[in-house]
Structures are given as C-alpha cells and as structure tokens.
Design a protein around this ligand. Structure first.
Ligand SMILES: CC(C)(COP(=O)(O)OP(=O)(O)OC[C@H]1O[C@@H](n2cnc3c(N)ncnc32)[C@H](O)[C@@H]1OP(=O)(O)O)[C@@H](O)C(=O)NCCC(=O)NCCS
Length: 155
C-alpha cells in the first residue's frame, strides 16, 4: 500500500543544508533566481527580514523558498511590504505542484502575521516564472524594480 505524502517546509538545519545548497534549477532558468547559497547569505545578514525554508517531500529536499518580511520598499518608512523573495524548485522536481505549495505556505505565514498582500518581483523572459505567478492568481502591476515586474497576490 502506498501512503499519500504531502510536502512540508523545514527550517534550514545542519542536516538539510548540503541538500539545500545542491539545489539547481534548469540552466535556462538561472537568470531568474539567485542560487540558494546567495539567499542564505542574505538571510544571515538580514535575519529579521528573511524567512528561508527548504521544501521537503518525504525525505527529499525538492526546493527552497524565502519570504521577505516588512521590507522598507522606498527607504522612507512609508511603504512596508512582505512577499516572496526567492523560489527555487529543483530541475527534476518541477511541474509537480511544489512551487504552488511553497507560495501557498508563504501566503499562510504572511496571513498569520496579519499581512494583506504578498508581493513578488520577476524577470521577464521566455524561461521566467511570469506564467506561473499569473496561474496562481498574482496580478501583474504597472510597477517595475529595475527590469523586474512587480506582482501582487491579495491575501
Ligand atoms: C517557476 C517555478 C517556481 C514553478 O515551480 P513548479 O513546482 O514547477 O510549479 P507547479 O508545479 O507548482 O505549478 C503550479 C501551476 O503553475 C503552472 N506553471 C508552472 N510553471 C509554469 C510556466 N513556466 N509557465 C506556465 N505555467 C506554469 C503549472 O502548470 C501549474 O498549473 P496547474 O496547477 O493549473 O497545472 C519553477 O519552475 C522554478 O523554480 N523556476 C526557476 C526559478 C524561478 O524562476 N523562480 C522564481 C523567481 S521569482
């Protein structure tokens, strides 16, 4: 008999660190997301703003997600935002619902913190994640950060 398993998020620990660092997206997607090591370095220097987690299914680390919490968007204290900072699903684990799971889990965490909107920025391009975010209900706003589109999911 097979048992249905559900993915889960775990904090980064000595036990899962190497698997997290080994995560690779498809080569043609690398322009769209920084490597996990870069994200963990950012989380180290901004521990109050970063919420990093690995996505685990059974005993496999299948991805990495990092939320940002209360970023001062305009550096003047008038616009504090939270959302999705990084999302890396392993190349051979894509298309199985892990990305959707991770976005929903971040949405749940932000709701728990009383946040009303989940922001994300993405690089445009054929192999970028735009259609993924639109499929999940994100609205593409007119705003851009450098070349990246800003999307928002109302919570
Ligand atoms: C984008 C990414 C996170 C999607 O993760 P995933 O686990 O493959 O996505 P899911 O399997 O959860 O897909 C959820 C839905 O989005 C759709 N979807 C996923 N990627 C898509 C794409 N590139 N184009 C169109 N639809 C897409 C799926 O078809 C699915 O819809 P369905 O449930 O109606 O079938 C993954 O491809 C990835 O890690 N890409 C490289 C890094 C990246 O771009 N990260 C985002 C940085 S902002």
């Amino acid at each position: 008999m097979t048992t249905a398993r559900a993915p889960r998020l775990e904090k980064i620990t000595p036990a899962n660190l190497e698997a997290a660092l080994a995560l690779r997206v498809r080569p043609e997607q690398e322009f769209a997301v920084d490597p996990v090591a870069h994200s963990l370095a950012e989380a180290y220097v901004r521990p109050d703003k970063a919420w990093p987690r690995v996505i685990v299914d059974a005993d496999r680390v299948v991805g990495f997600v990092m939320a940002f919490l209360g970023f001062d968007w305009r550096d003047d204290g008038t616009d504090l935002r939270s959302g999705l900072w990084r999302l890396n699903i392993a190349a051979d684990e894509q298309g199985k619902g892990y990305g959707r799971f991770a976005v929903n889990a971040v949405a749940e965490e932000l709701r728990r913190r009383g946040t009303k909107a989940l922001h994300v920025t993405w690089h445009p391009g054929e192999h970028g994640p735009e259609d993924f975010y639109l499929a999940l209900g994100f609205e593409k706003t007119a705003e851009k950060v450098d070349e990246e589109h800003v999307g928002v999911l109302r919570l």
